[in-house]
Design a protein around this ligand. Structure first.
Ligand code: FMN
Length: 141
């Protein structure tokens, strides 16, 4: 499935929700999908080892947990040097095709794709987020 089709399906689902912030994120994702090819660098973090079929979800979560701190540190290091990045996972729907194009061996698992570029200026605005209390749970759910 192409990014456009996936995002169109998501947008349709949210059509009547009236959630403006989510709509902004979808618009931003569409813009990124249309312009990704112009980023000067696309970084694909990878793990060595592909979980065998039937691996419990906890095993997959543990593998992801072993790489995302490094991905986040990479993003912070970029930021400190005037570069911006965006964590994406949409291309994973076509990971085998990306592996073929890039010559990524079979025992390597792609986990994300980050376009990287110098930012246009540094006049960033604070993103609107739901209150932390609405997503944090203490000692129970
Ligand atoms: C695991 C993960 C995967 C994501 N995948 C995509 C993606 O494929 N495409 C996309 O446009 N945004 C994706 N995002 C969202 C962007 O990274 C980013 O959070 C979003 O554009 C909103 O920007 P903000 O977090 O600065 O508000 C993903 C975020 C996470 C955490």
């Amino acid at each position: 499935m192409a990014a456009g089709d996936y995002l169109a399906a998501q947008a349709k689902e949210l059509e009547n929700s009236g959630d403006k912030q989510t709509q902004r994120v979808i618009d931003s994702a569409k813009f990124l999908a249309d312009n990704l090819q112009d980023a000067p660098a696309l970084v694909i973090p990878c793990l060595e080892g592909v979980p065998p079929e039937g691996t419990p979800i906890g095993g997959i979560a543990a593998m992801m947990a072993s790489i995302f701190p490094a991905v986040w540190s990479f993003q912070l290091a970029l930021r400190a040097r005037g570069l911006g990045s965006c964590l994406t996972s949409l291309h994973l729907m076509n990971a085998p095709l990306a592996a073929e194009i890039l010559g990524i061996p079979d025992n390597i698992m792609q986990v994300a794709l980050l376009p990287v570029a110098y930012t246009k200026g540094t006049d960033f605005k604070k993103a609107k987020r739901p209150p932390a209390s609405s997503i944090i749970h203490w000692n129970g759910w």
